[in-house]
Design a protein around this ligand. Structure first.
Ligand SMILES: [Zn+2]
Length: 287
């Protein structure tokens, strides 16, 4: 299957890449869905609930305080590195990710659109004041010393499993400028991706001669719309995903492998430098 993927990548000069949770699972960040595309875990926070309910924000920030401590230590894996290398080789129009972990950039990719934003910063919903996530963490623990002693398993999107904890006493910091509600700069369920961000992705897709989906079940419309657009424009689509995707019947090629294995195999065959390294190794093989 990976040789067909290599052929697909080699046959196209400008590839539009869309990545999802599956690209980061090898970095220790859990994904949302099982192989059939169903929810594995608790449903993520909805935008309306977060904005309208103080108790929802207390729960969100408690779980997220704990999740962040592990999330921020995640490192890019071979799948992120392979995509960064494809960008260096000038083979990509853009890497669009549904993840909020920043791992593509840390692997060296520069042309990245974070479709759903990033957990790195937190903004006031009223006045727009933006602070770094580290500062929010600091404020949270200063007001709630007990948070320092909690631990829980990491959940998708920097969340944590902390179902039995009573968060009703948690003091959630407001905006330091106006006292407004602080929200991480990620797109919550029930919230729209900013139009300018979507347009940037469509422009990159328009300049592509192929689309590659990496580790996404495409169940969320924000990513699926690009597959639809590619199909309408007769742009061939390949996907690497262990499980079912919403677009299976639209795909030119489906590769059921983990993302790191599949992309490593591609890079080892099409990267001229990988070839040189292999060549050098052959040269020094003892007779
Ligand atoms: Zn404010």
């Amino acid at each position: 299957m990976s040789s067909l993927l290599t052929e697909f990548v080699a046959a196209h000069e400008r590839i539009f890449v869309l990545t999802g949770a599956g690209v980061s699972t090898a970095s220790g960040i859990p994904d949302y869905r099982d192989d059939s595309g169903n929810w594995k875990h608790q449903q993520p926070m909805e935008y309306r609930e977060f904005v309208e309910r103080h108790d929802a924000r207390q729960r969100y920030w408690t779980r997220s305080f704990i999740g962040w401590q592990r999330f921020r230590h995640a490192r890019p894996n071979q799948a992120h590195q392979a995509l960064a290398r494809l960008e260096q080789l000038n083979r990509l129009t853009r890497t669009v990710t549904q993840n909020v972990d920043g791992l593509h950039q840390r692997a060296g990719s520069r042309q990245v659109t974070e479709l759903h934003g990033s957990l790195d910063s937190v903004a006031c919903l009223d006045c727009g004041t933006t602070i770094e996530r580290a500062s929010m963490q600091q404020q949270l623990v200063e007001r709630n010393r007990l948070l320092a002693d909690l631990s829980a398993q990491l959940a998708p999107d920097g969340d944590a499993y902390l179902n039995d904890f009573d968060a009703s006493e948690i003091n959630v910091p407001g905006c330091t400028s106006c006292g407004g509600i602080m929200k991480p700069q990620v797109v919550f369920f029930g919230e729209n991706v900013p139009a300018a961000r979507v347009e940037q992705c469509f422009n990159a897709l328009a300049n592509a001669d192929a689309m590659l989906v990496v580790g996404s079940s495409l169940m969320v419309y924000s990513g699926f719309r690009f597959v639809r657009a590619a199909q309408r424009a007769d742009i061939p689509i390949a996907a690497i995903n262990l499980g079912k995707t919403r677009a299976d019947e639209l795909l030119t090629l489906k590769v059921r492998l983990d993302c790191a294995t599949a992309l490593n195999s591609v890079i080892s065959k099409i990267d001229p430098q990988a070839g040189l390294v292999a060549q050098t190794k052959c040269d020094v093989v003892p007779r």
